[in-house]
Design a binder for this molecule. Structure first.
Ligand code: NAD
Length: 477
């Protein structure tokens, strides 16, 4: 095998090794071979990165240069990301097995995150409130300080930029810790940021694990002013506890078990297309996945036949092949977890209509029926290409089933009845409801979860509230 490529930490404008020289491999889940190496960061490396970010915030030009100048650099970074689409997309594809076509799409959305938040921050910088008393109150949205951004592996670059872009646009400095399974695109992003003219220490990347590693150290550092985390609900609880010790505000985007309701009056072609996307895109490794599919009984058999045929038609293969629609799971650890759900379908009392294990770390698009409501497959976040399908009779029953989960990230519903669309949207416990679609985002809209799916909202002004310290100035005129 060719020499492994090396991608370092990026701290204070330089690409560096860990202080103790330790490294770890990142594995391509299709070839199941290590393809790159990154430094294994520990508490001392996190400390270095926070020191750099702190200095860049307290003394450097970034928070002081103004929105237009920062925006120019962020747009330049977006330009460079677009120019480096292949490099960035291939990094995520090799790190976690995402089909290259989808990874390229993620790069485009990531560049857009920088463009959007650069412009949004410039246009949303203040509010003036003339008061009846004759006083004037105005609001300043001042940068919060040093932001620790901790990211998962399923949409590496896209979810990192969703945090980093608004944090930077509002004048903060950042320490980004990508997931250990998907480190490479973060280093490439930080290299491009320097090339775009971002001052040293403004965007730092430190690699490593969570517990007893760089991740935990970042959450415990009192010099960090905001923690933004996306990952599992259990990890979110650990991070919230760490943040509480320093009273550090924390934003938590956590797990999901999305319900997808297909009513008998739905446009079936549209419902089948989106329902397939909702559970099999990115091999189901999507927090927003429509992993519980409820179909009204009148159309249950027909829908299921079409849905199953579409699942079987997905092209499984090497994620680097542009015709591939469906790749392997991201790691051996994750494959083993998802396999545990597939292997126990019969024991839990259900039936597999199609799917099961493929070659290597592939779990094929898998459709389960007759699963008891209390089974692990119905209740737990599988985070893989496994959907449980169940019939329902009435709208009330559909809403009850959909809401019967501790999660509340999102839900989908398919109907041609406008009244039903609004009524059911209002009744669902979820941060986002998609009607007759899935995954469509407006960056101004709130994004976040209810219950075990998270704390707080990001997007547009919601990101502004989190990444700034709003200050009221009240003047007697
Ligand atoms: P994870 O919680 O295992 O890890 C996420 C990140 O946290 C990694 O960078 C990891 O190193 C770090 N980490 C782990 N323990 C830590 C600790 N004690 N202190 C600090 N950092 C720590 O999650 P994952 O397996 O990478 O991602 C999958 C999960 O993310 C799923 O549950 C999925 O639903 C969720 N997710 C949610 C959203 C959303 O927007 N709500 C989006 C994508 C993924």
């Amino acid at each position: 095998m060719a020499d492994k490529e090396f991608y370092g930490h990026v701290i204070d404008g330089a690409e560096v090794e860990s202080l103790d020289g330790a490294r770890f491999d990142t594995v391509d889940p299709w070839t199941r071979e290590a393809w790159a190496e990154v430094p294994l960061g520990g508490a001392a490396d996190a400390d270095r990165a926070v020191t750099a970010a702190r200095r860049a915030f307290d003394e450097g030009p970034w928070p002081r240069m103004g929105f237009a100048e920062r925006g120019r650099i962020l747009h330049r970074l977006a330009d460079l990301m677009e120019e480096h689409t292949d490099e960035l997309a291939l990094a995520d594809t090799r790190d976690m097995g995402k089909p290259l076509v989808q990874a390229r799409h993620d790069v485009a959305r990531s560049a857009l995150n920088f463009r959007f938040f650069a412009d949004h921050a410039r246009l949303a910088t203040g509010e003036a409130l003339p008061m009846d008393s004759g006083h004037h109150s105005y609001t300043r949205f001042e940068a919060a300080g040093v932001v620790a951004a901790i990211a998962p592996w399923n949409f590496p670059l896209m979810l990192e930029t969703w945090k980093v872009a608004p944090a930077l646009a509002w004048g903060n400095t950042v320490v980004l810790k990508p997931a250990e399974d998907t480190p490479v695109s973060a280093t490439v992003l930080a290299r491009l940021a320097l090339e775009a003219g971002m001052p040293p220490g403004v965007l730092n990347v430190v690699h490593g694990y969570g517990p007893d590693s760089a991740g935990q150290a970042l959450t415990e550092d009192p010099r960090v002013d905001r923690i933004t985390f996306t990952g599992e609900s259990g990890t979110g609880r650990v991070i919230a506890r760490a943040a509480a010790a320093n009273l550090t505000p924390v934003s938590l985007e956590l797990g999901g078990k999305g319900a997808n309701l297909v009513f008998a009056d739905a446009d079936l072609d549209n419902a089948v297309d989106w329902s397939i996307q909702a559970i099999f895109r990115n091999a189901g490794q999507v927090c927003l996945a429509g992993s519980r599919l409820y179909v009204q009984r009148e159309i249950y058999d027909e829908f299921l036949a079409r849905f199953t045929a579409a699942a079987e038609a997905l092209v499984i293969g090497d994620p680097k092949d542009p015709t591939t629609e469906f790749g392997p799971l991201a790691s051996l650890e994750h494959y083993t977890k998802v396999r545990g759900y597939v292997d126990t379908v019969g024991a839990e009392g259900g039936r597999m209509l199609t799917g099961g294990l493929g070659d290597g770390w592939v779990v094929k698009p898998t459709v389960l029926v007759d699963m008891p409501l209390g089974s692990r497959q119905v209740c737990e976040e599988i985070f893989g290409p496994v959907v449980v399908v169940q019939p329902f009779d009435t709208e009330a029953e559909a809403v009850r089933l959909a809401n019967d989960t501790p999660y509340g990230l999102n839900a989908m519903l398919f109907t041609e009845n406008l009244h039903r669309a609004h009524r059911v949207s209002a009744a669902l416990t979820a941060g986002t409801v998609w009607v007759n679609c899935f995954f469509v985002r407006d960056l101004r809209a709130p994004f976040g979860g209810v219950g075990d799916s998270g704390v707080g909202r990001e997007g547009g002004n919601f990101s502004r509230e989190f990444f700034t310290e709003p200050k009221a100035v009240v003047m007697q005129i």
